[in-house]
Design a protein around this ligand. Structure first.
Ligand code: C2O
Ligand code: CU
Ligand code: CU
Length: 466
């Protein structure tokens, strides 16, 4: 109940100035096109998230804004970013979902030294895949991301599908006090062993969203990034039938969301094609109903009153061009099981070592990642690996693998229809999910739950590809 009432409190109290969703290109002031080297500064800032008659929120921000600037690069073009740390603690930047060289992966102590306060680090890579990706710190992740450090990274196709407009929604979840400040007390042990730190204020592109203006008859490509630290969303588009055309940046068979709701755990992304109907003046909610009894309106699509853009839906393909992903060879695959353990009601409770609440195969890597621990798995380079993620816990875990994208093969023994690729897969309580990938990227790669409290309290490990 806290979440909904708080959210209503903001809704009731705030003058909601900005539309909840800016067209991606509307971010022009901050959008940057590589290859020119771009500068990205992580520093304290103030953000007006809940309306101008509330005090601004003290946040940590990339480029002074929450979320950070939308970074854009063409597929196959060189991307170069000089990151400057103006926080008073170490940080790094991780380019989530990009298949890049290990040294550019942004994991302190594992792939690079931390960027000290006042210091810089240059990241440089060529993204092989087009799609919707994002960036965030990988040092003191729960706090740094929880205070706002996150942004979208868009890799553009050479030939994108034809649409009238592109929208980007970066979702963040905040626990705010009554004076709109980020509540302290990150890393509560109870929450860490449960669903993680859920907030009371959900923002889209850094604002408690107002209506998103749309035009009858237009076709929109909507990119959604769940940049929340713990909140899973299940989005229902009232009065619309969106088609999912990519998951975690990777193109998929265009399909309507399973069961009518788009389920996105923390770190997960979806690209949707949304054909607007012919309903000038009407308003349609987009509802997050993941927590049934706490369902709330995330945003609403508000049709302008003008004449429709066109009479009939745009007759162009919605299919995205494929990315150059290595195809798993199941016949010669090596198979491994990773068992997710712990949490409340999970046996180890909160009694584990060094504040661990969770474990993978009995091992708990915590905090920033103890790189002296042996890797969970050592994989032969270029071999296909089939990973069985068996969730023995009573909680949901969006499990993420660095440096690779995987094909989701099975959920609880049932084959997954179509080719569903991802870098983060949401594993339900007591569910087993099987994924396959070619271990073609040498180095030490993190595998962890993207609920930040889970990650830092044991649901993390390293896969070594040699
Ligand atoms: Cu987006 Cu290791 O994380
Ligand atoms: Cu990642
Ligand atoms: Cu988890």
């Amino acid at each position: 109940p806290l979440e909904l009432t708080r959210r209503q409190f903001w809704k009731a109290g705030g003058a909601l100035a900005l539309a909840g969703a800016l067209p991606a290109r509307g971010h022009a002031a901050t959008a940057t096109s590589a290859p020119a080297s771009l500068r990205l500064t992580a520093a304290p800032a103030r953000a007006s998230m809940v309306g101008d008659d509330h005090p601004a929120t003290a946040v940590w921000a990339y480029g002074g804004s929450v979320p950070g600037p939308v970074l854009r690069v063409r597929q196959g073009a060189r991307f170069r970013a000089v990151v400057e740390n103006r926080l008073d603690e170490d940080t790094t930047v991780h380019w989530h979902g990009i298949r890049l060289p290990n040294a550019m992966d942004g994991v302190p102590g594992l792939t690079q030294p931390p960027i000290r306060p006042g210091a810089r680090f240059t990241y440089e890579f060529t993204p092989p895949d087009a799609g919707t990706f994002w960036y965030h710190p990988h040092d003191n992740s729960l706090v740094q991301q929880g205070r706002g450090l996150a942004g979208a990274l868009i890799v553009e196709e050479a030939e994108p599908p034809r649409v009238d407009r592109e929208l980007l929604w970066v979702i963040q979840d905040w626990r705010l006090t009554r004076d709109a400040q980020v509540a302290l007390g990150f890393g509560g042990r109870m929450e860490a062993a449960m669903a993680g730190r859920l907030g009371n204020t959900v923002t889209v592109n850094g604002r408690v969203p107002d209506d998103v203006p749309v035009r009858a008859g237009e076709r929109v490509r909507l990119r959604i990034v769940n940049a929340a630290t713990a909140r899973i969303v299940a989005l229902r588009f009232e009065g619309h039938r969106p088609l999912v055309v990519a998951l975690d940046g990777q193109p998929c068979e265009p399909h309507e969301p399973v069961g009518g709701r788009l389920l996105l755990g923390p770190a997960m992304r979806a690209d949707l094609i949304l054909d607007m109907a012919d309903r000038p003046g009407s308003r349609h909610a987009v509802i997050d109903g993941f927590h049934d009894r706490l369902a709330y309106e995330l945003v609403a699509l508000a049709y302008e009153r003008g004449a429709p853009l066109r009479e009939h839906a745009l007759d162009a393909s919605v299919r995205l061009p494929p990315n150059p992903l290595p195809q798993p060879d199941l016949a010669t695959a090596e198979r491994h099981e990773l068992v997710l353990q712990g949490g409340m009601m999970g046996g180890m409770g909160m009694m584990g070592m060094r504040g661990a609440a969770w474990a993978i195969n009995g091992m708990s890597m915590t905090g920033k990642g103890d790189t002296h621990m042996p890797p969970l798995l050592s994989l032969a380079r270029r071999r296909t690996c089939v990973l069985s993620l068996r969730n023995e816990t009573a909680w949901w875990h969006p499990m993420h693998l660095h440096g690779h994208s995987f094909l989701v093969l099975m959920r609880n023994g049932t084959a997954v229809a179509g080719a569903e690729w991802g870098d983060t897969v949401l594993v339900e309580p007591r569910q087993t999910v099987e994924v396959a990938f070619v271990a073609d990227n040498p180095g030490a790669w993190m595998l962890h739950c993207h609920v930040m409290d889970h990650e830092v309290s044991g649901l993390m490990g390293v896969l070594r590809v040699a």
